[in-house]
Design a protein around this ligand. Structure first.
Ligand code: UNU
Ligand code: FES
Ligand code: FE
Length: 454
């Protein structure tokens, strides 16, 4: 039996290196993490009309997501109840039904089995179609972003997101119409564990000035100032990072939304014009975050960069492999010229062949393969940066770290990872709702810091 406390030590902020390669760990993640948490499926802009569908996966389980004729969103497992063939092989489309390619069973857009060839002549009418629908998955949508969950005992999506939703609202509703995804997704395969990119996006601004030094200089934006970890950068005032209940988190570089790239006129104009609307709708705190550059992970495997506007799902395909699906995030009410600019730059930087994407790819793969050996896999790795320089904040919900470079949201990610891996069910997890942030024990950090700053 796995000991979740050995996998993650929250006091010393260390993790067992075997979490990146161990088969038993991976199998338990499939059951306890991907089997229990809300996983991103699609955006409603892909499912507007009756019969619209997309196929995706929840971890390794193939899923069909549809807009059913009663207007509801539906999701079910894309594996035929007859002999297990994949029922729908298209990535997306519009259909009244799904006909299995093997023997022709027909499923409606809510997964129910509506026709069986030769039902009378060969089954002799002896088949109960009502018991042979495709297994349903819970579906809920937050501000147009559609998630699925296998666990009936899990909280609602809104509860699962919790305070993270407070931050997401900044751009999901703050300026009016919110954001949508431009697809189809760019897809690639990486020989790495899914947690390496997930932890990177949740809390790793540390690598940006180092791993991406050359790319940042080539792109020529203001963040090129980070290249080589320049001593001139005011790290403590440039941003914050946050972790919330259920392991979600992000780091923000204030007012840097468009700054990985050289000046983007149309996009900048849109951002600045929208800030007063955000202030009016949601207040000043979130208006101040609206034009920040955010690196984010919605636990477990949905990561994105708001500002650079790449949106990625790390689909696990075994302990040492993922499929990366990358979409571009755009504000719905941005004009076409600005949208084009954003899509082009997002693809150039973080698309499959993007400059920063390929910088990261080497690290993702090497951080996985370097821990497979019989010796290395018994060792531990650390996430102790700025431990204690974090706590509850008078304005921002969650636990807030003092700089955008730090490992507060790594600690939050792995604290929840440990909790889910240890829990017998969501009932165990719910019991920690009031004590989850106890590992961040410097409760007066911000009170003292803000008093000292005055
Ligand atoms: O890739 C990241 N984690 C990142 C990129 C973070 C901050 C700025 C740009
Ligand atoms: Fe961070 Fe090596 S310096 S992994
Ligand atoms: Fe990176």
């Amino acid at each position: 039996m796995l000991d979740a406390k050995e996998l993650v030590d929250t006091k010393n902020s260390t993790q067992a290196k075997k979490i990146f390669g161990d088969r038993e760990v991976y199998e338990q993640e499939l059951e306890r993490i991907f089997g229990r948490c809300w996983l991103f499926l699609a955006h409603e802009c892909q499912l507007e009309k009756t019969g619209d569908f997309v196929t995706t996966t929840m971890a390794e389980d193939p899923i069909i997501v549809t807009r059913h004729k009663d207007g509801s969103l539906q999701a079910f497992i894309n594996s035929c109840t007859h002999r297990g063939n994949k029922v729908c092989t298209a990535e997306t489309g519009n259909s009244k039904s799904f006909v299995c390619n093997y023997h022709g069973w027909v499923f409606a857009t809510d997964g129910s089995l509506v026709d069986v060839p030769l039902k009378e002549r060969c089954y002799h009418g002896d088949i109960d179609q009502s018991q042979l629908g495709l297994p349903k998955v819970r579906v809920e949508s937050y501000r147009g972003f559609v998630f699925g969950c296998f666990d009936d005992n899990a909280p609602s999506l809104e509860e699962y997101l919790g305070d993270w939703g407070w931050y997401l609202d900044t751009w999901m509703v703050g300026a009016g119409e919110g954001m949508e995804l431009v697809g189809p997704a760019m897809k690639s395969t990486l020989q790495c564990n899914w947690k390496v990119p997930a932890e990177n996006f949740v809390g790793d601004a540390y690598h940006v000035g180092w791993t991406h030094a050359a790319a940042l200089e080539v792109l020529g934006g203001e963040l090129a100032g980070l290249a080589g970890n320049s001593a001139e950068m005011p790290y403590d005032d440039l941003g914050i990072q946050v972790t919330t209940r259920h392991g979600h988190g992000f780091g923000v570089i204030h007012h840097a939304a468009s700054s990985i790239h050289a000046k983007r006129e149309a996009y900048d104009k849109y951002l600045q014009a929208s800030i007063p609307k955000v202030a009016e709708n949601l207040g000043q705190a979130r208006a101040d975050l609206f034009d920040g550059h955010w690196n984010c992970t919605t636990f477990p495997n949905c990561s994105f960069l708001y500002g650079t506007n790449i949106f990625k799902i790390w689909h696990p395909r075994g302990p040492n492999e993922i499929e990366v699906w990358s979409y571009v995030l755009v504000h719905k009410d941005m004009d076409e010229a600005a949208k084009k600019e954003v899509v082009k730059q997002a693809v150039r930087s973080f698309g499959t062949a993007g400059t920063l994407e390929s910088d990261d790819g080497d690290n993702m793969v090497n951080a996985t393969t370097a821990n497979k050996g019989a010796k290395a896999r018994k060792n531990r790795m650390s996430s102790t940066m700025a431990q204690g320089h974090e706590g509850p904040h008078p304005v921002y919900p969650g636990i807030v770290g003092s700089s955008f470079i730090g490992e507060t949201s790594y600690r939050g990610f792995y604290r929840f990872y440990q909790e889910v891996m240890a829990a017998q069910s969501w009932d165990d997890i719910r019991e920690n709702n009031d004590s989850w942030d106890d590992i961040f024990d410097n409760k007066d950090y911000w009170k003292n810091k803000l008093a000292g700053d005055q």
